[in-house]
Design a binder for this molecule. Sequence first.
Ligand SMILES: [Zn+2]
Length: 109
Amino acid sequence: MAQEWAKAFYRSKRWLTCRNAYIKGRIMEDGGLCEECHDKPGYIVHHKKPLTQETIIKPEISLNHCNLEYVCKDCHDGFEGHGIGGGSRPLCRFDGDGQPISMREVDRR
Ligand SMILES: [Zn+2]
């Protein structure tokens, strides 16, 4: 699933440390529920701004808790590149820069 160029990142200590810290924070917050549906337990730490070969080397994107979201597998499968537009309501939208934003953020605006 991970792109070839992303594999080293996902195995890196700094990512695993960042990810674990994020999950720990979520568990303290609400027991580690999915941040999208607040129903199922989180499963994947998702990058809201997707990782590309450019952003992966920028810690302010790849390792920034503000860019992370703890989601269950179902919600993650609905994100970009995993079957978008399956339901009546789009699961994510794109902002002016073409970056996907979650519907939760759209609702907040
Ligand atoms: Zn979910």
